[in-house]
Design a protein around this ligand. Structure first.
Ligand code: PMP
Length: 362
């Protein structure tokens, strides 16, 4: 069987080396109590070491400053859409959100259940699509934080740079871009990312939160969802998603072996440039709806000039071992997600397939 590549937006492909490691280590029995990773008490020393390793690796990779807590919490990013306002609103009445497309709109919808939401900036919804302009932003005086989605997984839009929100803490849903490039964590009050893209498997979300934001009085928050409680108890206030944490540690180790975040970024930029170039030089057969400079390097969205050819193209690609290329349900078209684990060969196979399909149908 020829090679197969998985371009899913999430859950997405994991590196073969990590899967291989997981295959042996997850089922290995500990010397002391004979437990496998599936069976360990989360309060015990063995799991404690696993958690500490994952935390230390992530802190190192992102150079997280000492005044930030790294939490490994159960649940997905959607859960954080509520946890963020519940934990950070404090005595403020307002929160600000930049509308950059699908996932930020979902976050805005949830936040509106707890606070008055000001839309700080809006993306360019007319084609070519573009991230919100970086200034001016509307930030009300009494504003607990400003939320952005640096990479819009469904729309395929990425901010070219971070906005300057002054003293207002910047909060980011980095679900589809965390660990794809170096990031200055000190620019943020809080960052969160669900794990099922670049951090391993579904069921866990990493939250990186600045110490001073934990001291604000919270609304009525369930204790398992209270950042202060989870920070004080090292993410072990209740049973954490243990297997997701084991796998996240393996993903972090793998990234270190690949040259860290600078290595991931260089590789990711090369892959994205190859694919966007193939789209842009297809004489209009394929086209990207997002403006250059605002195109996501990890979720490459494109369309066929003849929409009736979309499904035949996706099926042709699947017959050639290239899977899960259908665009997000809200937009249709094609989307190739090129997270860290996608090897350059997968990408080259996709580009070759696009050329073949064009020859057959152009
Ligand atoms: N935010 C972004 C940017 C996402 O890409 C996703 C999932 N695709 C979510 C939030 C929702 O994550 P979850 O399904 O883990 O709740």
């Amino acid at each position: 069987m020829s090679a197969r590549y998985n371009f899913a937006a999430g859950s997405s492909e994991m590196p073969a080396a990590v899967l291989e490691r997981a295959r042996t280590e997850l089922f290995a029995r500990a010397d002391d109590d004979g437990s496998t990773a599936f069976e360990r008490p989360f309060t015990g020393a063995t799991f404690g070491a696993t958690l500490a390793h994952a935390r230390a690796r992530l802190k190192d990779l992102l150079a997280v400053p000492d005044n930030y807590h790294i939490l490994f919490l159960a649940g997905g990013a959607t859960q954080q859409f509520s946890m963020v306002p519940l934990n950070l609103l404090g005595n403020a009445a307002h929160v600000a959100y930049a509308d950059s497309g699908h996932w930020s709109q979902r976050a805005i919808g949830e936040a509106g259940r707890y606070a008055a939401v000001t839309i700080a900036a809006r993306y360019q919804g007319e084609r070519p699509l573009a991230a919100p302009p970086l200034s001016p932003w509307r930030l009300p005086d009494d504003c607990a934080y400003c939320h952005i989605t640096p990479n819009e997984t469904a729309d395929g839009i990425a901010y070219p740079a971070l906005p300057d929100c002054g003293a207002v803490p910047l909060v980011a849903d980095a679900t589809s871009c965390l660990l794809t490039a170096p990031l200055d964590v000190s620019r943020f009050g809080l960052l969160y990312a669900a794990a099922q893209k670049n951090l391993g498997i579904a069921g866990m979300t990493v939250v990186i939160v600045r110490d001073d934001l934990l001291r604000r009085p919270a609304l009525l928050v369930p204790s398992s969802c209270d950042y202060r409680v989870q920070a004080a108890q090292g993410s072990r206030a209740n049973t954490p998603p243990t297997i997701a944490i084991v796998l996240a540690g393996m993903m972090f180790d793998w990234i270190v072996q690949q040259g860290g975040l600078a290595g991931m970024q260089a590789c990711g930029q090369r892959k994205a440039a190859l694919l966007y170039d193939a789209i842009d030089t297809s004489a209009g057969f394929f086209r990207a709806p997002v403006a250059p400079g605002h195109r996501s390097p990890v979720n490459v969205r494109f369309e066929l000039a003849y929409p009736a050819l979309t499904t035949p193209f996706i099926e042709y690609a699947a017959q050639n071992g290239l899977h899960n290329l259908r665009g997000h349900g809200a937009f249709g078209g094609v989307r190739a997600s090129l997270y860290n684990a996608m090897p350059e060969e997968g990408l080259r196979a996709l580009i070759a397939c696009m050329a073949d399909f064009t020859r057959n149908h152009g």
